[in-house]
Design a protein. Structure first.
Length: 100
């Protein structure tokens, strides 16, 4: 009878350990996919930010020579839409002048 009780206790303990391991594995898999998703989102956000900055510089280049002069840049900063866009991009107009 004692052997049978030890057997039952050890089998139940082993089953609990297996079930716990399965839940832990699934939880870690979900956590890993969440981290990968966050990385992908951050990379997309960075690319979008870079594309918007590139569009800004193309629009500021009024001479269309492929170069942005300080005068062209300062002229662009006088536009209220540009100031609003820069504030949305979390760039202060004073800081924007430091690009040069």
């Amino acid at each position: 009878a004692i052997f049978f009780m030890i057997y039952i206790v050890s089998v139940v303990f082993a089953m609990f350990r297996i079930i716990t391991a399965l839940f832990l594995r699934d939880t870690l898999a979900v956590a890993a996919s969440d981290a990968e998703y966050a990385i992908q989102q951050r990379m997309r956000q960075s690319k979008k930010y870079a594309d918007e900055m590139l569009d800004f510089f193309y629009a500021a280049d009024t001479s269309h020579d492929g170069f942005l002069t300080l005068k062209e840049f300062e002229n662009m900063l006088t536009d209220d839409k540009v100031k609003t866009w820069l504030s949305i991009m979390e760039i202060d107009v004073v800081e924007a002048g430091e690009f040069f």
